[in-house]
Design a protein around this ligand. Structure first.
Ligand SMILES: *Cc1c(COP(=O)(O)O)cnc(C)c1O
Length: 503
């Protein structure tokens, strides 16, 4: 029996504190240390081969003679041919949200027309601020602006993570000035996106996690207890990334309003789906600026807004709050300098392409896309419910997480990987999700997913010892003693991504 098996068999069944203590007291014994290293080396070797699959020319240094542009393009065409089929034919959870050729070609054309534009130089490209102002206004009106007395404003950022980081920095600086809070805390459901943890780390805000209930929605009573005089903001997701479940935003934002703190709705995933789902007659709980306690919302245009990758919108209730996001400096030798978001120079072409996507889709386009996605998701949910070994977590709309009481769900995910699927592995509790996009709404794709899933479950049932690549890593992450090692492995993996392939 190897160490991994021993850990799974014994340590993982003990209470976490005791398991940690036992592990820490044995991990430096030479035999144990060797076993651990063996496991890690094996996993790293497997990761290496999947991270660097191409045997094409590499450039550790700038070539002396520039490479022929024709050759560069054909090299990239070759690589694209290897990478495109998987997402194009609907084997990937999330990632590419639209993906039809005509749409992509249109966005590429818009990018080409604007490729030199930089919103930092608004004197040279006033068009960049026109596009951004309208993207913000269109998004705000989709999310309740105009139905509340307050003015809703915002910024275009580079993605959901930047939108969230900006909002958390804004609350920190707002609370410092308005409430003299020096040791800020944020109250965040454990199911909220990792970007909130990132914000806590970057901006020195204390992260106070609250649990979710059996339905995977944030626990409002726990939120109430977690708020202190240092709390600057409370967070809810609409819906959450892991389980696609909408937190009780009305109750949470109400609580925040009563305690005079900020409330952020993370609608990165749902911002461009839920408003249309509501219009289509789906039962969608309130989550946007129509709730008076909601003071900011993040909504990703580069997901279900169907823009090119690299844009998101962060919205605020009122310019007084937004101004805490701004950076300005009046005594820099480089001149009078200001920037509204983290970056200095920014890709104006992405903002232009984002504007073009919103205007080209129109309400009708979004309604049709949403209807197709929700219908496909319904088919997938019904199919999963027919597989007795699996269960769906919570009551999701289109991001569907499933787990199993009978088998290791990561082994099921591994079998799906062998069949060409790229699904998201989640933990606490162990489960896997598929985030349904327009790629999955074409005929036959949902059926293929369900048939492959049925086969995968049958395979794992017949071969329970067949561990595969990711199942052991998730197994390790699930046991506290090993979590530190998994963290080290993630760092090594990032290093690996940054290494130039030796040919
Ligand atoms: C995707 C996502 C984010 C982060 O967005 P990025 O664009 O990947 O930075 C944040 N919250 C939720 C709910 C998301 O789904």
């Amino acid at each position: 029996m190897n160490l991994q098996a021993i850990i799974e068999k014994y340590l993982s069944r003990l209470p976490e504190g005791i398991a940690s203590r036992i592990f820490n007291s044995i991990k430096d014994i030479p035999f144990v240390r060797k076993e651990i290293q063996k496991e890690i080396d094996k996993m790293m070797a497997e990761m290496e081969s999947s991270a660097k699959p191409y045997k094409v020319e590499s450039f550790p240094q700038i070539p002396e003679q520039g490479m022929d542009k024709k050759d560069i393009l054909s090299l990239m065409e070759e690589i694209k041919k290897k990478e495109m089929p998987q997402w194009k034919s609907g084997y990937v959870s999330g990632a590419v949200y639209h993906g039809d050729d005509a749409h992509i070609n249109f966005l590429n054309k818009v990018y080409g027309l604007n490729s030199q534009s930089n919103p930092l130089h608004s004197d040279i490209w006033p068009s960049a601020s026109k596009y951004e102002a309208e993207v913000i206004s269109m998004t705000a009106h989709m999310l309740g602006a105009g139905q509340t007395g307050d003015e809703i404003c915002g910024s275009v950022s580079s993605g959901g993570t930047e939108s969230i980081l900006l909002a958390m920095k804004t609350y920190r600086d707002w609370a410092r000035e308005k409430k003299k809070i020096r040791d800020p805390e944020m109250v965040v459901p454990i199911t909220a996106h990792a970007a909130f943890d990132k914000a806590a780390q970057y901006f020195n805000i204390k992260m106070v996690h609250i649990p979710v209930k059996d339905d995977y929605k944030a626990d409002v009573a726990a939120a109430r207890k977690a708020i202190t005089k240092n709390t600057i903001v409370l967070v809810g997701s609409a819906p959450s990334f892991p389980h696609g479940v909408i937190d009780p935003i009305a109750e949470l934002s109400d609580l925040a309003q009563k305690r005079r703190i900020g409330f952020h709705t993370d609608a990165c995933l749902g911002g461009f789906v839920l408003p249309w789902a509501e219009k289509l007659g789906y039962d969608i709980p309130a989550f946007d600026f129509r709730l008076p306690g909601v003071t900011s919302i993040s909504a990703d245009t580069h997901k279900y807004g169907y823009a090119a990758k690299g844009t998101s919108v962060i919205l605020y209730r009122g310019k007084n709050l937004r101004r805490y996001q701004y950076f300005k400096i009046t005594d820099w030798p480089g001149g009078l300098y200001f920037s509204p978001t983290f970056a200095g120079s920014r890709p104006g072409a992405l903002s232009a392409a984002c504007w073009a996507a919103l205007v080209a889709m129109g309400e009708k386009g979004y309604l049709e896309a949403t209807e197709k996605i929700l219908q496909t998701a319904k088919e997938i949910k019904e199919g999963i419910r027919k597989i007795p070994e699996l269960h769906i977590l919570g009551d999701p709309l289109w991001v569907i997480a499933f787990g199993s009481k009978d088998m290791n769900i990561y082994q099921v995910m591994e079998q799906m990987t062998h069949k060409g699927w790229s699904l998201n592995g989640l933990h606490k509790p162990p489960c896997v999700h598929i985030c349904v996009t327009l790629r999955h709404t074409r005929p036959g794709i949902a059926g293929r997913f369900l048939a492959d899933l049925t086969d995968a479950v049958a395979h794992v049932k017949a071969h329970p010892g067949d561990k595969g690549q990711m199942a052991p890593v998730y197994g390790m992450a699930a046991t506290i003693p090993f979590r530190g090692l998994v963290g080290d492995m993630m760092e090594k993996y990032i290093d690996l991504l940054y290494t130039v392939e030796q040919k």
